[in-house]
Ligand binder design. Structure first.
Ligand code: SF4
Length: 363
């Protein structure tokens, strides 16, 4: 890929490249120039566009305990959502009335009963009725599979204005400390990141430069660390910045904060990790139109990137939607033949991405 192509690629494509790089080479200090083995040092699940209601991260790296991750597969590929996480990790080894076994959820018990029945339907919890009481027993112990959660913001063009825009978001991440580390990934330009840009980004955030050409061609040096992050403390109480104070000619207004307790953070981290486990980063086809006749997957090294044959470029996920003026459904006869990766029908593309997601999920 030429420099010109790299310039033209949308942020979305850079985000997919970052995800693929992280999947193979995380953590950055161990992985430089040793792409084949580096990932073994720190197995990780990579996902994109996850976070909380207020803050969504571009790329999430969930560092895992491999043995515990294997135990997690007992519960199937679907995530345990927030309500199921109030039940499954607390399920007892022997039969017990559910209200004795589970901690008070802080919301009505009838919703817990719904979650119990959902878990039973999924085959991940034993449930029975005795003396008109619902009793539960775990099928497997829910493992402690998440070691660390790392958030990466992708800013391929980290100029002064992008850095200024990014700073409050990173400050929010640092104050809340929901992730163990926060990074900014930017495109390598052949020059070092300007000190002025480094100053705009909080010192706690790491800065990583990724070389798209090396990623595309399998070059040895795909990433450089410009600045290592500080470890945050997800077990400590965090602070949500709700509103920033402003300095005006009449004085300054106060910022507004909200306290985030460690229990909320622990639950939210597990929720994010479970979503990452289910979703991975290849789920982009679910929000695009692989059933369009112009949708293709193009290989770049070991990465499959979406490509639009009508627009002759890597399209963004927002433009590749039902409202795209050039959308044209794949002809029905395509669906009856085995198609190669490029230009194949939508279902084949979805299956291919799902296969790869499954392979990475099971380590
Ligand atoms: S024409 Fe539009 S809908 Fe079809 S692949 Fe291209 S961007 Fe997506």
């Amino acid at each position: 890929m030429s420099d010109a192509d790299a310039e033209a690629d949308p942020e979305f494509v850079f985000e997919l490249r970052t995800c693929r790089w992280a999947e193979r080479e995380w953590p950055p200090e161990a992985g430089e120039g040793d792409a084949e083995d580096a990932g073994d040092d720190c197995p990780a699940i990579v996902a994109r566009q996850l976070g909380t209601k207020r803050r969504r991260w571009d790329t999430i790296v969930v560092e895992v305990d491999p043995a515990a991750l294997r135990q997690r597969t007992n519960f199937g590929p679907r995530r345990l959502d927030s309500d199921l996480l109030d039940v499954i990790p607390h399920a007892p080894p022997d039969w017990e009335w559910y209200r004795d076994a589970l901690p008070d959820p802080g919301y009505p018990w009838r919703y817990v009963r719904e979650s119990i029945h959902r878990a039973a339907d999924r085959g991940i919890l034993d449930v029975r009725k005795r003396n008109n009481r619902i009793e539960i027993r775990r099928k497997w112990a829910y493992p402690d599979w998440v070691e660390r959660i790392v958030a990466i913001e992708n800013k391929p063009d980290l100029d002064a204005s992008a850095a200024r825009h990014l700073a409050p978001q990173l400050e929010y991440d640092v104050a809340l400390s929901l992730a163990d580390e926060v990074w900014v990934a930017t495109r390598a330009t052949g020059e070092s990141v300007e000190p002025a840009l480094l100053e705009s980004v909080p010192v706690e955030a790491g800065i990583l430069t990724l070389d798209p050409d090396a990623l595309a061609t399998g070059g040895a040096r795909t990433a450089d660390v410009e600045w290592f992050p500080r470890s945050l403390d997800p077990d400590a109480p965090g602070t949500r910045v709700l509103e920033r104070g402003e300095v005006t000619e009449y004085g300054s207004t106060a910022s507004q904060f909200e306290y985030a307790d460690p229990e909320w953070k622990a639950h939210k981290r597990l929720e994010i990790a479970e979503r990452a486990y289910e979703k991975g980063w290849r789920a982009y086809a679910e929000t695009m139109r692989p059933d369009c006749r112009y949708f293709q997957l193009r290989r770049e090294g070991r990465t499959l990137l979406p490509y639009c044959a009508a627009k002759e470029c890597h399209q963004t996920s927002s433009e590749c939607s039902g409202s795209c003026p050039e959308f044209s459904p794949e002809p029905p006869q395509w669906r009856t033949r085995g198609w190669p990766i490029e230009g194949g029908p939508g279902k084949g593309i979805r299956n291919l991405l799902e296969d790869r997601r499954e392979r990475n999920r099971s380590g």
